[in-house]
Design a binder for this molecule. Structure first.
Ligand code: C5P
Length: 224
């Protein structure tokens, strides 16, 4: 604490969980609260960075002293990140991004009498924002993604994180175990920060703020 090691650094954090509309009142969403991303934004601010927080449906208030961009859908999140990333030194994709969205969005509320006892919603793949950022020409920002895993032992978690870093051309992946008391919605988190070679840059277990500081220190280390 107290270190201003990110002074003069421009950091973009995505946080929260996207919502893809089905009709005017319904959506496909996820259990991300935004707490880890908000903790990252606070930690980056306190380390002296200029912070843009792109927040999707946050359950917690955005911190003061950061540039807050509220979004809801993947398309909005993508626009927010891609338009700003050329100016960024570090991008941390903490948001839980929906992999799919409905092909069509009903313009009026869907009704049970019209749909009957069962019906299907056709989904189409969303763009992978982290992978898209990873494809950009150099110089590009240090890219940090997350991988939420519900099972697997420690070695398997590292392998999955390394595979994700390789596929998306990310510098670091913070693999976090999401189960009772950790991960989505919880106060605490546990992450292993790995690169594409499976090298472990840091491990952190504790408050989301402690985890945030470990992630930022690792990101800074990538091009230090
Ligand atoms: O592939 P998976 O969804 O597990 O990857 C998670 C990481 O990729 C997170 O950092 C998330 O923000 C990012 N992501 C993304 N665009 C998507 C899906 C995930 O940027 N469409």
């Amino acid at each position: 604490a107290g270190s201003r090691d990110l002074a003069g650094t421009r950091v973009i954090i995505t946080a929260g969980g996207t919502r893809e509309p089905i009709d005017p009142v319904r959506f496909i969403g996820n259990r991300s609260s935004g707490k880890q991303g908000v903790a990252l934004a606070e930690a980056a601010r306190d380390r002296g960075a200029d912070v843009v927080l792109i927040g999707a449906n946050l359950e917690v208030a955005p911190p003061v002293g950061v540039d807050f961009v509220p979004v809801s859908t993947v398309a909005e999140l993508r626009d927010g990140v891609v338009s700003r990333s050329p100016d960024a030194d570090i991008v941390v994709m903490a948001a839980a991004v929906s992999d799919y969205r409905p092909v069509t969005v009903a313009t009026t509320k869907m009704k049970k009498d019209a749909e009957g006892d069962s019906f299907s919603i056709e989904l189409t793949a969303n763009p992978d924002i982290l992978a898209e950022l990873g494809q950009r020409q150099h110089p590009r920002p240090v890219l940090v993604g997350f991988a939420a895993e519900t099972e697997a032992d420690a070695g398997e978690l590292i392998a999955r994180g390394a595979g994700k870093a390789e596929r998306k051309n990310a510098d670091l992946i913070a693999v976090n175990r999401v189960d009772e008391g950790r991960g989505f919605g919880a106060a605490d988190n546990e992450v292993t920060i790995v690169d594409r070679y499976g090298e472990v840059h840091a491990r952190a277990a504790g408050s989301k703020r402690e985890v945030a500081d470990a992630i930022l220190a690792a990101a800074r280390g990538v091009r230090a």
